[in-house]
Write a protein that binds this ligand. Structure first.
Ligand SMILES: *[C@@H]1O[C@H](CO)[C@@H](O)[C@H](O)[C@H]1NC(C)=O
Ligand SMILES: *[C@@H]1O[C@H](CO)[C@@H](O)[C@H](O)[C@H]1NC(C)=O
Ligand SMILES: *[C@@H]1O[C@H](CO)[C@@H](O)[C@H](O)[C@H]1NC(C)=O
Ligand SMILES: *[C@@H]1O[C@H](CO)[C@@H](O)[C@H](O)[C@H]1NC(C)=O
Ligand SMILES: *[C@@H]1O[C@H](CO)[C@@H](O)[C@H](O)[C@H]1NC(C)=O
Ligand SMILES: [Zn+2]
Length: 292
C-alpha cells in the first residue's frame, strides 16, 4: 500500500474535449509543448494553471466546512468501467454519486476517477505539498449536475470487452469493475481537512474551469504494483510496448491566486519532516491490489 494525494476536481463546464495528441515524455508533445497545439495550456497566456505547489501561503477560510458526499458510502448497482485511455487509467463511475456543500457553488455529479503516477521507483503526484511529490495522485472528477453530458461523451458504447486474460493493459482496453463504496478510497476520518483553489485541467486543453479540493491528509489505497507496471501507452498491435508512467504535469505558479484552507485544516504542510519524506518514498515498495 502507498500514500496517495486525494483530490476532487469540480468542473464548472461540460465542454471538455478528449484530446489525444499530447504526451508526457517526448520533446515535441510533452507538457512544455502542449501550448503549441492548445493555446490555453500556454503558461504565459493563462494564469490559472494546475497543478500548483501547496505551501505556507494557505489562507484559512472559515466558510469551508465539510463537503456533502452523497452515495460515496454505498455499493452501487451495475458496473463500472476501467479504461486505459493512453494518458491515464480512467474508472467511469456511472450514476449515483454527487457532491455539494463545502463552499461549492452548486451540486456536482461524480463521473469518473483517474490516476497520475511516476515510474515505479519514483514520484508521480501532480500537486506537491511543500515541494514534496507523493507517489500517486487520484483525481475524482465531478461536473455540474446541470451538464449531464460529459459522462455520455466518456462512456464507451461497446465496452470493448476484455481482450485478453493477461494483465497487460493496453490503450483502448476496458475492464469491468464491480462498484464499491468510493469512500474506501478517501481519507475517511479527515474529510473536513482540505485546501481549495481555482485552477485548470492538468491535461490538454488545460481549461481553467476547475475548482480543486485537495485533501490535506494523504491516504493509502490499494493498487497492484503489477498493474502499474503493466499499463502501456501503446496499442495492441504496436511493435514495441511502452509503459505508461510519469503522467504528471509540472508545477505552475499561483500568480497570487488565493489558496484556501478549510475550517478544520491543520496546515500540515508546515510539518513535513525529512523522516516523513523518506517514509513516503519507501512505501512504494509495499503496493497492494486494486479491486479489479
Ligand atoms: C456513511 O453512511 C453512514 C450510514 O450508513 C453514515 O452514518 C455516515 O455518516 C456516512 N459517512 C459519510 C462520510 O457520509
Ligand atoms: C472563502 O471561500 C468562499 C467560497 O469559496 C469565498 O467565496 C470567500 O471569498 C472566501 N472568504 C475569504 C475571506 O476569502
Ligand atoms: C521526484 O522528482 C523530483 C523532480 O521532479 C526529483 O528531483 C526527485 O529526485 C524525485 N524523487 C524520487 C524519489 O524519485
Ligand atoms: C448529450 O449529447 C448528445 C450528443 O452528443 C445529444 O444527442 C444529447 O441530446 C445530449 N444529452 C443531453 C442531456 O444534453
Ligand atoms: C485526522 O482526523 C483525526 C480525527 O479527527 C485526527 O485525530 C487526526 O489528527 C487527523 N490527522 C491528521 C494528519 O490531521
Ligand atoms: Zn487528472
Amino acid at each position: 500500500h502507498f500514500q496517495v494525494m486525494m483530490l476532487l476536481l469540480m468542473l464548472m463546464l461540460s465542454v471538455v474535449s478528449l484530446a489525444h495528441n499530447f504526451c508526457y515524455d517526448e520533446e515535441h508533445c510533452d507538457p512544455y509543448a502542449w501550448g503549441d497545439n492548445y493555446p490555453s495550456c500556454h503558461p504565459l497566456l493563462e494564469s490559472h494553471h494546475s497543478p500548483i505547489n501547496l505551501d505556507h501561503q494557505l489562507m484559512k477560510n472559515q466558510s469551508l466546512d465539510s463537503l456533502h458526499l452523497e452515495g460515496f458510502n454505498l455499493t452501487l448497482k451495475g458496473q463500472w468501467w476501467l479504461t486505459n485511455q493512453g494518458h491515464s487509467v480512467v474508472l467511469e463511475l456511472g450514476n449515483g454519486m454527487q457532491v455539494s456543500g463545502g463552499g461549492l457553488p452548486g451540486t456536482y455529479r461524480t463521473i469518473q476517477l483517474h490516476f497520475h503516477w511516476g515510474s515505479v521507483s519514483s514520484n508521480g503526484s501532480e500537486h506537491t505539498l511543500d515541494h514534496l511529490r507523493f507517489p500517486m495522485e487520484m483525481h475524482i472528477v465531478n461536473i455540474k449536475s446541470t451538464h449531464p453530458n460529459l459522462t455520455s461523451a466518456l462512456e464507451d458504447p461497446t465496452g470493448l470487452a476484455v481482450k485478453s486474460k493477461s494483465f497487460h493493459f493496453l490503450v483502448g482496453q476496458t475492464k469491468s469493475i464491480r462498484p464499491f463504496p468510493l469512500m474506501n478510497l478517501l481519507p475517511q476520518n479527515n474529510l473536513t481537512q482540505y485546501y481549495r483553489y481555482h485552477g485548470s485541467l492538468t491535461t490538454p486543453p488545460c481549461s481553467q474551469v476547475v475548482l480543486w479540493t485537495v485533501y490535506e491528509v494523504p491516504t493509502y489505497i490499494s493498487w497492484a504494483q503489477l498493474f502499474v507496471k503493466r499499463i502501456y501507452s501503446t496499442e495492441e498491435l504496436a511493435d514495441k510496448q511502452v509503459h505508461l508512467q510519469n503522467n504528471y504535469r509540472h508545477i505552475h505558479p499561483t500568480y497570487g491566486r488565493p489558496v484556501y484552507a478549510s475550517k478544520d485544516a491543520k496546515m500540515l504542510t508546515n510539518g513535513v519532516s525529512p523522516l516523513a519524506i523518506f517514509y513516503l518514498f519507501n512505501v512504494l515498495l509495499f503496493i497492494g491490489f486494486l479491486n479489479i
